[in-house]
Every structure is written in structure tokens, then in C-alpha cells.
Design a protein around this ligand. Sequence first.
Ligand code: FAQ
Length: 330
Amino acid sequence: MYGGGYIPPEEQGKKIPVDQEDPIKLKEFEDRIERGEKIEPHDWMPYEYRRQLIRMIEQHAHSEIIGSLPEGTWITRSPNFKRKLALIAKVQDEIGHGQLLYSAAETLGKPREQMISDLINGKSKYSNVFNYPAKTWADVAVIGFLIDGAAIVNQLINSKGSYGPYCRALERICYEESFHLKQGHDNLVALATGTPMQRDMLQDAINRWYKPLIHFFGPPDTSSVHSDKLMKWKVKLASNDDMRNQFLDQYVPKIRELGIDFPDPNLRKNPETKSWEFSDPDWDEFYRVIKGDGPCNEERLDVRRWADEHGKWVRDALFNPSEKYRIPLA
Ligand code: FAQ
């Protein structure tokens, strides 16, 4: 019922530190990763690899589902029919990505119901950026171009990783995200080349999304908790700072060529280090937001709780069919 999840009985509910794993199995596993082989759901894997993957894929799945909410509020207020159709399709894609990722996480043994319950009870995290409001139509352009752009940077890199089901899901997601990027860019260019009011609206949206976007790739490498382990096992193929740098490399010029800019006088590429430098992005705010205290955290989770409650009859009908739901056969 929950897919091919497999946790050997001796590992269920039991934490096994990496240094207490069977050294021969661990070496074989790490050698396979070193050779670039994919790990599949029924292969042996250390407890910590499984735990980390579940954490990361589950957070990613929640981010896709919650991520559709800020843009979703603009479907009924899109400026014309063409934009409305494109936005509906885009939001639908994001929900599909969530489903793909939940399936990938299920292959590691965590039931989907548990993941949803951990989300709505505030136990699981999801991306910081979706706890900010989409105040104007320009926010839809910024999400479509810059947040999708940031997500593609992360996902393209990690699609070359070691866990087969996650990598295959990421590859497919990236194809769809590249359409989202075109939709976002088209929208952004229309505003940037529009009336002074439209340009102001776009600049205002970029000003508001800049900090959350810098936060999107996670804390600086020096404060990242999981990177070393995840990079050693090729779940993450670049560090948070490297991904952030790649994003700024690609997107700062694209924004500046439209005569718009990010609201940070210190944002510049250091020609010697080849790294982007920026003002302190207030990491305290990042930690507050991911712990549940952002401008829209409560509102976002309320929507998921509502959906869970109102969708219960569908799950009951599917999984616990009773006389009430049974259609009499002719
Ligand atoms: N937001 O040790 P690290 C999208 C947490 S999809 C919230 O560096 P790690 C599509 C982290 O969980 C967007 N929490 O963590 C779309 C950890 O806390 P924990 C989502 C964050 O895992 C577009 C703590 O901070 N993408 O946008 C964030 O090595 C448009 C310490 O951090 C993914 O999930 C954050 N930004 O690296 C949809 C990609 N960053 O768990 C709709 C997969 C860090 O110990 C519209 N994930 N934290 O309590 C990853 O690549 C990694 O998990 C990172 C973080 C890079 C996000």
C-alpha cells in the first residue's frame, strides 16, 4: 500500500550510528557510491543514509506542495486568460512534483500518512521561501523565474546523486521546472518592459524576495549540519555556498540586464575568489522562519490541515471501503 519501502526488521526504530554499522557492508556500500553506482530501495544502506534521505526528500516534497500556495492565490486574479492557464498548469505541476517526491521517500520505508501528519503537526520542515506572502502579480513572476531558477540549480546538481529513486524524480522535475522558468521569465520581462508602475511593482517584489532567496540554499557551509555526511555519500553534490554562488552567477546578470537590481549595495562577485559577496542576510530570520515563526507559516499549515480534514472521506473510501461508500453492482 505504501510502495516498496523496506527497512530490515533489525533496523526498525533503532538508531545505528555509522561507526557501529557492519564495516564490510559499509565499505561495499561506500565503494559502490564512489564508483558512481546508484543505490536502490532494496539494497543494503546504513541507517544514517536512509534517515538523511527520508529527511531531505520529505522536506523537498512538502516544499513542492506548500510551494504551490503563494502562487496559487493568484490563479483567480491573473491579469489575462493566457497567464491564468499557464499558472494553473504550473501549480498543478508543483503538486505533481510533491507526489513524485513522496513516492521516492516512501521507497525508504516512511508511510505517506506519517509524512503528512509530521508536516501538519509542525514536526517536518519545508523550504523557508514559501513562508512569505505573494502580495502582487509581480511576486508570481519572481517565484516563477527566481525561485524556480534556484530550485533548478539545486535539483540539477543533486539529480546526479547516489539514490536512484530520488535522482530519477529530480530529472523529471527539472524538465518541468525548465518550462516554469520560461513562464516566469516571460512574465518578468513583460513587467520589466511595461509601464513605470509595473517596473516599480517588479522591483518591490524583488526587494522582498531577495533575502529569502539568499536563505534558500541553506545556512553558510560553516554552519551547515548535514552537508559533510550528505556530500560524502553523494546525496548532495555541492555545498550550500557553492549552490548559492552558482545561482547568483546565473541570475544576477539576467536581472541586471533588465535594468532591475537586487536591493543589496554589497552584492558583487569578487574577481579573485570568484565568489559572490553580499551583506549579512540575517540568518536569525532564516532560523526563525524554518522553526515556524515566519510571516505565513501558520496560514500555510492551516491550508494543509483543512485539505487533510476535508480529504479524509476520500482516503476512507479508498482504503477502508464500507457499505457507506460501496457502489452496488448491477
Ligand atoms: N528551508 O545542514 P543544512 C522548490 C534546514 S523546492 C528550510 O545545511 P541540508 C520548487 C535543514 O533542513 C524547494 N529549512 O541542511 C518550487 C536543517 O534542519 P534539520 C526545496 C532549511 O539538508 C518552486 C538545517 O536547516 N528544495 O522550490 C533550508 O544539508 C517554485 C541545517 O541546514 C529542496 O528541498 C531551507 N531553505 O541542506 C515549488 C531540495 N535550508 O532538517 C513551488 C532538497 C536548510 O536538521 C514554486 N534539499 N534548512 O532540522 C536540499 O538540497 C538540502 O536539504 C538544502 C539544505 C540545501 C535545502
